[in-house]
Design a protein around this ligand. Structure first.
Ligand code: IMP
Ligand code: MG
Length: 170
């Protein structure tokens, strides 16, 4: 496709997701984590990741809107909330990109009000240079330092989510 430069191949992504799955499986041994997918962008990563968790888990989905129609961050808004209670659960939040940090920071704070036992975060991509809020993820797929990326669930104006690889939008 034009104007796209491949950053991570499908094979690189799948290998890393398998490693992350093993790490998370080891860390949660004997526990029953509640895994929350932040829609829409984390959908693809989430689906692949949970298949690599050799644990009893439950899942839920939230929709948090931050990027409305482009590459510039707007206000954070919880569009669709949780359906299941998180009280006394070990919660693992799964998101696509940790960029400014606003989305994850907002959502972790919201969740903690419901008194879960623990909250950890897992992001497919970390863009440390872009951070505006002091927040980090417990599990990171890849640290990247490039421009706006699409594919593997991530979009530009709702396009490119279906690409099995990650590409920079040039
Ligand atoms: P933050 O609140 O600035 O950390 O932004 C996080 C959200 O912005 C992610 O969940 C993505 O939906 C979106 N985002 C940030 N960088 C990118 C990118 O390079 N491509 C696509 N979406 C991105
Ligand atoms: Mg997102």
């Amino acid at each position: 496709m034009e104007n796209l430069k491949v950053i991570l191949t499908e094979e690189q992504i799948q290998n890393r997701v398998r490693e992350l799955g093993e790490t998370i499986t080891n860390d949660y041994k004997g526990k029953f984590p509640h895994c929350i997918c932040v829609l829409k962008g984390a959908n693809t990563f989430f689906s692949d990741l949970i298949k690599r968790l050799n644990l009893n888990i439950t899942v839920d989905f939230v929709k948090i809107s931050s990027y409305k129609n482009g590459t510039v961050s707007n206000d954070i808004e919880l569009v669709n909330g949780l359906t299941d209670a998180v009280k006394d659960r070990d919660v693992l939040i799964v998101d696509d990109v940790l960029d400014s940090g606003k989305t994850l920071n907002y959502f972790v704070d919201e969740l903690k009000k419901q008194r879960p036992t623990s909250v950890k975060t897992c992001v497919f991509l970390n863009k440390p240079e872009r951070r505006e809020i002091d927040v980090s993820a417990d599990y990171v797929g890849f640290n990247i330092n490039c421009g706006f990326v699409v594919g593997y669930g991530m979009d530009y104006a709702e396009r490119f989510r279906n690409l099995p690889y990650l590409a920079e939008l040039l």
